[in-house]
Structure formats: structure tokens, C-alpha cells
Design a protein around this ligand. Structure first.
Ligand SMILES: NC(=O)c1ccc[n+]([C@@H]2O[C@H](COP(=O)([O-])OP(=O)(O)OC[C@H]3O[C@@H](n4cnc5c(N)ncnc54)[C@H](O)[C@@H]3O)[C@@H](O)[C@H]2O)c1
Length: 370
């Protein structure tokens, strides 16, 4: 198969869909790989590294798309990429369709096959291609939150770990999934007091078993959230309802209950955000303030640490890329049910129910059973 790796053009996105190690595996399997020049620079992989393992370096994004059958990316295509996407293309990347009707309609119109990293699902319900980025984002949420708590950037002026004689900062984590657990682990490592909430008791039992005693678990209810936002310095939103928009756990009116300078980091922003006041931001301009509460809502947090993120992502995507390249998308999805769950749009039809629900679309209109 002919496989294309374009350079990411979303704001401040320096990750790349494939490392030279991935190209090596594909060319060993007799596939042809086109890599856009400088696509890997931001992650520390240069044209020469790709050329050395058999990639063909092409200059423009137009060449990558026109020469390739399958496109391997990191982020969803942005508007200027839409015209490049044709019905014969397979796109394998993050899409997060439920949070953008515009993107969903554009991909339906393209008639391409869109396989979303974030909905590839193992038999135990875990999301193997979301996990590494959630691990990165969960850890980064504390690093960023700690920084924005500093007074010169309008935070409360709290040092998360405290010092001898002064209590540590308090971190509230909403969701005890991958993001939540990694955030709790980092915050606990800094010495902060951590409260972590979830509706899933199994997750809370797990967290309770593995975390130190200054990480406290509680059931996630509106009442509990309302109590905790009053005295926590840093609030991390890490909830997920698979394929759907995130539930709004913190409303605009609740911001008034927080202390001035509280920092809220909505990691779930890519699914619409779990705070009512969430608006997606970029690494260039990551924060804004409403009612004296600092909002950090960067939709591609791992993009800021591309070296770590590219390696972590491609470690898990490569086996699926090989399967798709070796068998074609239909046979690959037939043989691997986890991969089949990644099918979101197939030749103009939306085949993932939660996306249709997210937009209140009629099933007859857009769903095809495959
Ligand atoms: N901004 C970024 O750069 C970035 C990067 C990676 C992941 N994410 C996003 O972070 C979010 C979390 O990802 P994850 O991998 O941790 O998901 P996950 O499925 O591992 O965890 C989500 C958790 O949320 C819990 N939950 C659901 N409803 C809840 C509620 N009302 N109250 C409390 N908890 C609730 C679930 O029980 C689950 O444990 C996703 O939206 C994901 O797309 C964003």
C-alpha cells in the first residue's frame, strides 16, 4: 500500500504520525511510504532519518495526499486540509467527531474511510490508542496547573507541595480514568493533597488500593463537587463518556464558589469539555480568566512535549497501521474487532452511534450497518 505521513499544521502541533522505526517496518513489508519534508522535525526525527529507512520525502501536503492511499496523522484534519481528502483515502488519526459537527460533515462529504484512534477499543472496554496521550495529558495537567497557580500569572500563589509548616495545595481530580490517575499520581508526588472523584466504584477501589493515603477517593455527585470546589486550588477535568460529549460537571454559576486564582484544567476539552465555561485554547494562548478563575483548555496538550508523545503514540498505533496496510481496511477490521471499533465514517456514512447521538441526527439518514 502507498502510505502518506503529512506534516501536522494545527497550531503548535509538533507531533508526527509515524517515526522512522514505523517506516522501517512498513518498507520491510513492501509498502511505499511518503513523508512530507520536515514532518518529523518537531519530534526530533529528520528527513534523513526517514530516507535512511526507505521513505520517499515529498515537498508538499498536496503530494502526500495525491500519492497515498492511507494517511497516517496525529490530529484531525483542519479546514485547509479538507480539499485534499478524496473517496479513495483511508485516514487513520484522532478525530473526536462528537465535538465538531463541521469536521464530521466535511469527512462525510469527502467519502473517505475515517478510522479514529480514540474509539479503537479492546475487549475489556479500554481505549489503547487514547491511553498513551491521556497518560501524557494527565501528567502535564499538574505541571501546567502548578505553573498557573503562580501569582505573576494571576494564580492563587500556592505552591502545590507546600513547605514545612505550611499545608500543601489541594488538587481536585474529576474522573479516575487514565488522565485522572496520572494527574493524581503527579500531584501526590509533589506532595499536594488530592481528592479524586468518579462514578465508577471499581475505578475508585483501584485508586484507593494503589495511591498513597493523601489521595482521597469520593463518589462523583453534584453535591460533592459543589463542596470541594470551594477549597481546592487546582481542578482537573478528566471525565469521559466514550464517543460522546463530556458531561458539564462545573457550571458557570459554580465558578463564583471558587476562590479567586483557582486554576481549572479541562483535559476533556477535546470531547466538548466538562466545565460549562470551557472554550478550546492552544499552546500559544493556553489560558483565559472568567470570574477570577484561570481556565486552561488546550485541546492537544501532548503536542507541547512532542518527543515523548510521538514515541508513546506510535508505539501503539504501528501494529494497527501494519494490519491496515497488509490486509486493507475491510479485512483488517474483519480480523481485528478492536480496530473495527475505530471505524467512524465509511464512504459518506457515519457508522458510530454516539456521533449520531451527539448531533441528534436521524439514524436512517446517516448510519450504515457494516
Ligand atoms: N486535552 C488533551 O490534550 C487530551 C489528551 C488526552 C486525552 N484527553 C481527553 O481526556 C478525557 C479523559 O480521558 P481518559 O483516557 O482518562 O478516559 P477514561 O475513560 O480512562 O476515564 C474517564 C473517567 O471518567 C469517569 N466519569 C464519567 N462520568 C463521570 C462523572 N460524571 N464524574 C466523574 N467521573 C466520571 C469514567 O468513569 C472514567 O473513569 C477524554 O475526553 C480524552 O479525550 C484530552
Amino acid at each position: 500500500m502507498k502510505i502518506g505521513v503529512p506534516k501536522e499544521i494545527k497550531n503548535n502541533e509538533s507531533r508526527v504520525g509515524m517515526t522512522p522505526a514505523g517506516v522501517f517496518e512498513l518498507t520491510k513489508n513492501n509498502h511505499i511510504v511518503f513523508v512530507q519534508s520536515t514532518a518529523g522535525d518537531g519530534s526530533g526525527f529528520f528527513d534523513e532519518d526517514y530516507r535512511n529507512v526507505g521513505a520517499i520525502i515529498v515537498k508538499s501536503i498536496e503530494e502526500v495526499y495525491s500519492l497515498s492511499e492511507m494517511i497516517i496523522k496525529v490530529k484531525e484534519p483542519i479546514a485547509e486540509e479538507y480539499p485534499q481528502i478524496k473517496p479513495h483515502h483511508i485516514l487513520f488519526t484522532y478525530f473526536h467527531f462528537a465535538s465538531s459537527e463541521e469536521l464530521t460533515v466535511a469527512m462525510l462529504k469527502s467519502k473517505a474511510v475515517c478510522i479514529a484512534y480514540e474509539t479503537v477499543e479492546d475487549t475489556d472496554g479500554s481505549l489503547p490508542l487514547l491511553t498513551p496521550m491521556s497518560e501524557v495529558a494527565g501528567r502535564m495537567a499538574i505541571q501546567q496547573g502548578a505553573k498557573y497557580l503562580e501569582k505573576p500569572i494571576k494564580g492563587r500563589g500556592v505552591l502545590l507541595g507546600g513547605v514545612p509548616g505550611v499545608p500543601p495545595g489541594r488538587v481536585l481530580v474529576l474522573g479516575a480514568g487514565v488522565v485522572g490517575v496520572q494527574a493524581a499520581k503527579m500531584a501526590a508526588g509533589l506532595g499536594a493533597h488530592v481528592t479524586i472523584l468518579d462514578t465508577n466504584m471499581k475505578r475508585l477501589r483501584y485508586v484507593n488500593d494503589v495511591m498513597p493515603s493523601h489521595v482521597v477517593t469520593e463518589f462523583s455527585s453534584e453535591y460533592n463537587i459543589r463542596q470541594h470546589i470551594k477549597d481546592h486550588d487546582l481542578i482537573i477535568g478528566g471525565v469521559l463518556i466514550k464517543g460522546s460529549k463530556a458531561p458539564k460537571l462545573i457550571t458557570r454559576e459554580m465558578l463564583k464558589e471558587m476562590r479567586p486564582g483557582t486554576v481549572i484544567v479541562d483535559v476533556a476539552v477535546d470531547q466538548g469539555g466538562c466545565f460549562e465555561t470551557t472554550v478550546p485554547t492552544t499552546h500559544e494562548n493556553p489560558t483565559y480568566i472568567i470570574d477570577d478563575v484561570i481556565h486552561y483548555c488546550v485541546a492537544n496538550m501532548p503536542g507541547a512535549v512532542p518527543y515523548t508523545s510521538t514515541m508513546a503514540l506510535t508505539n501503539v498505533t504501528l501494529p494497527y497501521v501494519l494490519l491496515l496496510a497488509n490486509l486493507g481496511w475491510e479485512n483488517a477490521c474483519e480480523n481485528d474487532k478492536s480496530l473495527a471499533k475505530g471505524l467512524n465514517i465509511v464512504h459518506g456514512k457515519c457508522v458510530y452511534k454516539e456521533i449520531i447521538d451527539a448531533f441528534d441526527w436521524s439514524e436512517n439518514h446517516l448510519v450504515a450497518e457494516i
